[in-house]
Ligand binder design. Structure first.
Ligand SMILES: [Zn+2]
Length: 635
């Protein structure tokens, strides 16, 4: 077994937990209805502060099975102070009463009568047989199965930034009678907020780095068409490969058939090289991204052939499909011959000029504008509705274009990759209330085969969060796994763990904010654009902001007694409450400066800067640091 290596790998994460995590809490039983429904075996998992249970690993455990054992051990200790022994399957004698927790693919699986091969990617099965428990799943699924088990017995629930709920000081606990299977709604749930999460955080949040889905050695995983076909290499000889204004490829090669074939062959060859590179190292990634350049103008090639495609098929994206479909077909034939049993999907963007799908209505049915535009099985579209209003439901009339994008592309593509937007990129300090719209979005997307989800937040910011964004991040993680999550109950549990004794005060602020925000959206037709900058004092009146600041003041009072009884915990809660004050104070300073005397305003700005800096707020927006703000304020 290679456990030692992985222990050292996880140690950094463990240190981090000790420094920063919230180590609560017995959740109220009324929040834990799933536990109430659980039946129990006659066997005790924890008996008078001791446990006879052992963790059993296969003789040659996979990386994930080892992680599963480490996570089970670590969280079990935290909940009970008991260190479970981990043994190899060759060291045990199986019996119905042996009190063993089997992790993954051991020889004893037949006792559970479960086929691991049939468990979906990232999914798991938990099954008790007599006194024994089987936690089964392929790859990461076995680790997620451990978390699910710990949720059942110790109310474990992960939120964000290594903060999680977990019962403590458990002295008595029966082994539950389990026979459950679960799998996520979205297979690849990409991190869209952290960018630099530890491996342990990624596992516990049940998400993955956003770029690791793609074979992108030596290049960026998005906006990379110019990396596949660099201008410096090809433009002199193949000027027809590039759009008239040079900002994109020309997917028709300006109508030059020979040049088009040469361009397609070049791309095919590069895809093959990429697969050889990754598969050669045993890294069987399932996607290659061939995604258009980002553009400030959103312009598309204006040549006669591209214009003709747009007119004939009703959408500029038709050119991309007509370019990539033949490439995908040849690529698939090559892959089947070279790497039998493996599948790789080529992904392109529906974004800006290419967002519209080439489909039309015929006899009340959506059909492709041309049969040849149905995507090959191994070609998928990555829809990025950047003009959407994410404050409102995907089914809101304001989101007709976004809604149509998903509906229309699903006519052409068997699998969808989705890129949503979940923050205001021009101002990270103001609220961007997607809380009601998020469950709708995920429920709606669950009607399609969404292979990959990236709901872009303040990624790369490495900044602290305000405006209840910590809740938003945790909610995204949860909904990507299960779009039918009880959001109200989840929100309650989050507040209890995140704010502890101040949960109710902060919940008062949150509830007041949400109901105000609802009014804003309806009565003031509040703009949900992801770069909206026109905030006014009508949007956030003085009395509202003062009310919320009052909730925050009460929150400080509610945790006051912890200062002496548990100072570390006090600091955690204090910093989280203070972080939530940032949005309110920013709005007071920028929208209501006329309500304060010059000197008072300066003090407010200075204390804002002091707190925001101490809390690690470093980004004002996607492109500007906090210094931008302090410079305008003169502090
Ligand atoms: Zn063109």
């Amino acid at each position: 077994m290679k456990i030692k290596k992985i222990i050292s790998l996880l140690l950094s994460g463990i240190t981090l937990i000790c420094a920063a995590s919230c180590k609560l809490i017995c959740r109220n039983s009324n929040n834990q209805s799933s536990i109430e429904r659980i039946e129990y075996t006659e066997y005790k998992l924890v008996d008078n502060g001791m446990s006879e249970y052992k963790i059993v690993l296969p003789s040659e455990p996979s990386y994930d099975e080892e992680i599963a054992a480490l996570e089970m051990t670590e969280l079990f200790v935290e909940a009970t102070s008991i260190t479970l022994e981990t043994v190899c399957e060759s060291e045990i004698t199986y019996s119905n009463t042996a009190k063993l927790i089997f992790l993954g693919d051991t020889q004893y699986i037949e006792n559970a009568n479960v086929s691991v091969a049939s468990i979906p990617t990232d999914g798991f099965t938990l099954k008790t047989i007599g006194a024994n428990l089987f936690i089964l799943g392929k790859e990461r699924g076995v680790v997620y199965g451990v978390y699910e088990f710990l949720e059942k017995v110790f109310a474990f629930e992960y939120y964000v930034k290594n903060v999680y709920a977990l019962n403590k000081n458990v002295k008595e606990q029966y082994m539950p009678k389990l026979n459950i299977s679960d799998a996520p709604n979205v297979e690849y749930r990409a991190d869209a907020w952290g960018a630099e999460m530890s491996e342990q955080e990624l596992y516990r949040a049940r998400i993955r780095p956003f770029n690791e889905a793609f074979m992108a050695n030596g290049m960026y995983h998005i906006h990379n068409t110019f990396e596949w076909l660099p201008k410096a290499t090809y433009e002199n000889v193949h000027s027809n490969w590039y759009a008239d204004d040079g900002s994109q490829l020309c997917y028709t090669a300006h109508g030059d058939e020979t040049e088009l074939v040469a361009m397609q062959n070049e791309v095919l060859e590069k895809f093959q090289e990429q697969v050889n590179y990754y598969f050669g190292q045993g890294d069987y990634k399932k996607a290659i991204s061939f995604t258009q350049q980002d553009s400030t103008t959103g312009l598309w090639c204006t040549c006669a052939a591209c214009t003709n495609d747009k007119q004939t098929y009703g959408a500029a994206s038709a050119s991309i499909i007509r370019f990539l479909n033949p490439v995908a077909k040849q690529f698939k034939e090559w892959l089947e011959k070279t790497y039998p049993g493996h599948e790789v999907t080529i992904v392109f963007f529906a974004y800006q000029a290419s967002e519209k799908a080439p489909v039309k209505q015929a006899n009340g049915k959506l059909i492709p504008t041309d049969k040849g535009l149905v995507l090959e099985d191994n070609l998928a579209v990555w829809i990025a509705p950047i003009y959407g209003d994410y404050l409102r439901s995907v089914t809101d009339v304001k989101n007709t274009a976004m809604y149509n994008s998903f509906e229309n592309w699903s006519v052409l593509s068997k699998q969808l990759y989705v890129w949503g937007y979940d923050t205001n990129f021009s101002n990270y300090l103001m609220w961007y209330d997607t809380f009601d719209a998020l469950p709708d979005l995920y429920k709606y997307l669950n009607e399609f085969n969404v292979e990959y989800m990236f709901n872009q937040g303040q990624i790369y910011a490495w900044s602290n969060l305000t405006g209840f964004d910590a809740l938003k991040v945790a909610l995204n993680y949860k909904l990507m796994w299960d779009c039918n999550t009880d959001v109200e109950a989840f929100t309650n549990r989050f507040f209890e763990t995140w704010f502890g004794e101040a949960a109710q005060d902060m919940r008062n602020y949150y509830d007041s904010f949400i109901s105000w925000s609802k009014k804003l959206k309806i009565e003031q037709n509040y703009n949900g654009n992801i770069n909206f900058v026109g905030y006014t004092r009508l949007h956030y009146p003085l009395d509202k902001l003062k009310e919320w600041l009052g909730n925050i003041e009460s929150a400080y009072e509610s945790i006051e007694s912890l200062k002496t009884s548990n100072n570390a915990q006090y600091q955690n809660y204090y910093n989280r409450i203070l972080a939530e004050s940032i949005a309110v104070r920013y709005a007071l300073i920028t929208l209501h400066f006329t309500s304060y005397k010059q000197k008072e305003l300066l003090t407010m700005k200075q204390s804002f800067k002091e707190d925001a800096s101490a809390l690690g707020f470093v980004k004002f927006s996607e492109t500007k640091g906090m210094d931008f703000l302090y410079d305008t304020w003169g502090v």
